[in-house]
Design a protein around this ligand. Structure first.
Ligand code: GLU
Length: 277
């Protein structure tokens, strides 16, 4: 049994993160396994090193211990690039030159766009580019992302499912997310690609994370099949709500663990409040 907590260092952790970290560590402990910490810092525009230090302090304060060294995703771009090359060799990637504005314009023009969990799906503009147009723009060095041709990918893998300790056996429906970005314009990786590659490389056997990422698992299951990676089990857990009933979020000013600590909160009490120990 190997589990992990994989935060992005874009801010201070709050009680919701404490719950997620304790949930993963508790599953590892009960399974007699190992608990890992992974720092998901590919987005250099939003991630800050001092938040990495704060994550370590907060988790140690909570009483958690994890295997060292901690994997920092920003140091493994070559690994993600190699995974993109393997996907390209399977013929399931295409370059996408669209800007956000291009995508919004195309969606408005089409009238109705299919909706995904995070809003309208990519309308597929660049999937349909003529070969010579695509070659011309690549030769010119136009900035482009790499998108997954999800229809082609599903045709290669056939139907897939996953075992979820919360939801049971779940049929994968990656088409619901459309042609997601796997390589961003500014880096040879994206959240979906890096998390899938790393969970396999680190031998994670049980992926625990919040229900807010349930939809992403449809895509991760497909990527595992395309890349021939081992398939873990998942356990998507509920999200902590604040006093207003809305899920806790750092952007809405949920109190940070650092501020609770500074105010004299007892970590053992916090663990108990969150349902552990
Ligand atoms: N890094 C993601 C986050 O901060 C979670 C990673 C995952 O469990 O897939 O929400």
């Amino acid at each position: 049994m190997v589990t992990r907590f994989a935060p992005s260092p874009t801010g201070l952790l709050h009680r919701g993160h404490a719950f997620a970290a304790l949930f993963a560590a508790d599953a590892a402990r009960r399974g007699g396994g190992r608990f890992l910490l992974r720092i998901e810092d590919i987005d250099s525009g939003r991630c800050r090193p001092h938040f990495v230090a704060a994550i370590r302090e907060d988790l140690a304060w909570l009483g958690l211990a994890w295997d060292e060294p901690v994997r920092l995703q920003s140091q493994h771009m070559d690994t993600y690039r190699a995974a993109l090359d393997r996907l390209a060799a399977r013929g399931v990637l295409y370059p996408c030159f669209c800007t956000r504005r291009d995508i919004a314009t195309e969606i408005a023009r089409a009238g109705a766009a299919p909706q995904g969990p995070d809003g309208p799906l990519y309308p597929g503009t660049c999937r349909g580019l003529a070969d010579d147009e695509r070659a011309r723009r690549l030769a010119r060095g136009d900035a482009h992302a790499l998108r997954l041709d999800v229809t082609k990918a599903i045709a290669l893998t056939g139907p897939l499912d996953w075992e979820d300790l919360g939801a049971g056996r779940v049929p994968a429906d990656p088409a619901a997310l459309g042609d997601v970005v796997l390589g961003r314009k500014d880096m040879p990786a994206s959240y979906h690609l890096a998390v899938t590659v790393d969970d396999a490389l680190q031998g994670v056997t049980l992926v625990t994370r919040g229900m807010d990422l349930f939809q992403a698992t449809h895509v991760h299951r497909l990527l595992q099949a395309l890349l021939g990676l081992p398939v873990p089990r998942w356990h998507h857990h509920g999200l902590l709500a604040g006093p207003d009933g809305e899920r806790l979020a750092k952007r809405d000013g949920a109190p940070s663990l650092a501020s609770l600590r500074a105010a004299g909160e007892d970590p053992a009490r916090l663990r108990r409040d969150l349902g552990f120990d």
